[in-house]
Design a binder for this molecule. Structure first.
Ligand code: ADP
Ligand code: MG
Length: 481
């Protein structure tokens, strides 16, 4: 047993979700990503004296939606606070946030890990605004500032220290990404920083009750890096403890190039921020009517659809998971079940044909050209034995992309309909047997594997139109005569 196995890793996350609102949290500036630097700014986001913040209703709505999805309690009265600190990318000199009363309290989410289902509890979710961006890698001796992001609305989701491995963190972040996309509150794009997290990591001896001292790794916006950072940090802390040292509470930066964490600054005490109530924003009161209205428009959640797909459509857990990864795919499949009762075949069509086609063509399911009616009819055609799976996927599918015609019409026009017509099949089978007397003899002498050869020959002679089940039965019958 290695010394690392004596310890348990404990992780708690502070997840930042950048909301997909049109405008910023407290002014009308465009909140979208990717514009030329310092073009989405105004006197308010620049913090000019005399300007006043104004609330963005969408931020409240999105916070409530996420809270309801996670089963949090929604606070009826919400106040904003100022968190003061000095930094070049924070023009006001403070960040508007919620310190005293966050909008969502408690809640949790189940995640499926390698070791089975785990419940991760939420501590709270609060609303805040983002800072601008300092860019250190353009010039060696200068820092560039882009304030487009200053004032963009964020939700900070704080979990309890319920994670026990980097893998659990990874699975959870993927589930968060999926959830915010389902809810339509954020694009969850980690590369663009729409979803990022601070990872608080500590270790303790297995079986110990008390948590160890923790370090906070800042701003992870790639799960691959987050996994490496947590792994590195876990080992660093264990090495330190094993050599008689102590872990000091610190804020760390992870360098993906060296794979090492290093201290950013000693963790400030909360009062260093001199929090105080934001005087320019009135309290936000969330009425029962408002809450009921939001509840009424909540979309189906990923885990709900997954459970439904397993229960109502008898899909395997694996297929249900694949089909619910993206909301568009899940809703498309749900619609498709209205056009065929062979849910399994419909799921296979989506997983093995439609999804690969979409990713190859870089298209979204929302613009998929084949209608549910056509796809339902295609599944039916396979079910009825009129065409094989291969013919349906390889020959008819490409035609459906180009036309609104129904699959049967296409199959007939292309002469692809399989025949289980007795006379037609009998003729083919007899021809094949007559042409291969040696093989017939060998079969009759016990080489039963030759049935495959005969099947292949009949199929070939029929140009793929012989229906396999009837062909097989007929061959077996003729060969035993
Ligand atoms: P603050 O950052 O304001 O001090 P908390 O102490 O409540 O806030 O914790 C912030 C985050 O750190 C939470 O996500 C929490 O789960 C996590 N955390 C707290 N204690 C530990 C610990 N010993 N090990 C790992 N994570 C921890
Ligand atoms: Mg913190």
């Amino acid at each position: 047993m290695s010394v690392y196995d004596k310890y348990e890793t404990v992780v708690g996350l502070e997840v930042h979700v950048q909301l997909g609102t049109k405008s910023k949290a407290f002014c009308g500036d465009d909140a979208s990503f990717g514009a030329p630097p310092n073009t989405h700014i105004s006197t308010i986001s620049l913090g000019h004296p005399g300007t006043l913040p104004r609330l963005n209703k969408k931020q409240i709505e999105y916070a409530v939606k996420l809270g309801l999805a996670l089963g949090s309690k929604i606070s009826p009265t919400n106040n904003f606070d100022r968190k003061n600190y000095f930094y070049a990318d924070l023009p006001k000199g403070y960040q508007i946030t919620q310190d005293r009363m966050p909008i969502c309290i408690g809640g949790g989410m189940d995640v499926e890990t390698e070791e089975g289902k785990r419940h991760i509890r939420m501590h709270h979710i609060h609303m805040e605004e983002d800072a601008g961006k300092s860019i250190h890698d353009i010039a060696p001796d200068a820092t560039f500032i882009d304030l487009n992001r200053a004032g963009v609305p964020l939700l900070e989701v704080v979990t309890e220290p319920d994670f026990r491995s980097a893998q659990e963190v990874d699975v959870f972040m993927n589930a968060m990404r999926q959830l915010v996309r389902y809810l339509g509150v954020s694009d969850g794009n980690m590369q663009e920083g729409s979803l990022r997290c601070d990872c608080n990591v500590s270790v303790r001896l297995k079986g110990a009750e008390q948590f160890g001292e923790r370090c906070e790794i800042k701003n992870m916006n790639s799960m691959r890096f987050a996994r490496r950072a947590i792994e590195f940090e876990r080992k660093r802390q264990i090495d330190l403890l094993e050599s008689g040292g102590k872990v000091a509470q610190q804020t760390l930066n992870f360098d993906p190039v060296t794979g090492v964490t290093s201290p950013l600054r000693d963790k400030e005490d909360a009062h260093d921020y001199r929090y105080f109530p934001e005087p320019d924003l009135p309290p936000v009161v969330i009425s029962d009517e408002y809450l009921a209205a939001i509840k009424a428009e909540m979309p189906a959640l990923p885990w709900e659809l997954q459970a439904k797909f397993i229960k109502e459509y008898q899909l395997s857990a694996y297929n249900a998971k694949l089909l619910t990864e993206e909301k568009g795919t899940a809703l498309f499949f749900q619609e498709l079940t209205k056009h065929t009762k062979n849910y399994k075949a419909a799921a296979n069509l989506m997983i093995n044909k439609i999804n690969p086609w979409l990713s190859e063509e870089k298209q979204s399911i929302d613009e998929f050209p084949i209608s549910h009616q056509q796809l339902g009819a295609l599944v039916q055609l396979i079910d009825d034995g009129k065409v094989s799976n291969t013919i349906a996927y390889q020959r008819i599918f490409p035609e459906l992309l180009k036309t609104k015609k129904m699959p049967l019409e296409i199959a007939e026009a292309m002469n692809l309909v399989q025949s289980s017509d007795g006379d037609f099949l009998e003729q083919l089978v007899m021809d094949v047997l007559e042409k291969n007397p040696d093989k017939v003899k060998a079969y009759k002498n016990g080489k039963k594997g030759l049935i495959g050869f005969f099947m292949g020959a009949v199929m070939k002679a029929s140009k793929g139109k012989a229906e396999p089940k009837s062909t097989n039965a007929l061959l077996a019958k003729k060969l035993s005569e």
